[in-house]
Design a protein around this ligand. Structure first.
Ligand code: H2B
Length: 101
């Protein structure tokens, strides 16, 4: 079972994650991605879904047209873990490649 990161470790990790910030009132991290259009947004979600399924670590997310609002936490650990940090990094990489703005 993975350990939740301390407040300090979480802040340190967030500094290395462009666009991500803490969620108020909950141990989780969030980023809203904006794409050129729905096709780009859904393409991003499709690619992320494959990574999520492969690693058995899944996002909470909401798509409205060309935006994707993501919240990451590890429910089993009651906070943010290395698994969330890794998924956030993967999302940033995938969004970059797909022209996320
Ligand atoms: C049984 C299965 O491993 C768990 O339910 C996994 C699945 N995906 C998950 N994803 C996320 N984000 N947090 C979890 O705690 C989690 N748990």
């Amino acid at each position: 079972m993975v350990e939740r990161l301390s407040d300090e470790a979480r802040s340190r990790a967030l500094k290395e994650l462009p666009g991500w910030s803490p969620v108020a009132g909950r141990e989780a991290i969030t980023r809203t991605f904006t794409f050129r259009d729905f096709n780009e947004a859904f393409g991003f979600m499709t690619r992320v879904a494959l990574v999520a399924e492969k690693s058995d670590h899944h996002p909470e997310w909401r798509n409205v047209y060309r935006t994707v609002e993501v919240v990451l936490a590890t429910h089993d650990a009651g906070g943010v873990t290395e698994r969330d940090i890794r998924l956030a990094e993967a999302m940033n990489t995938i969004a970059g490649q797909r022209g996320g703005i």
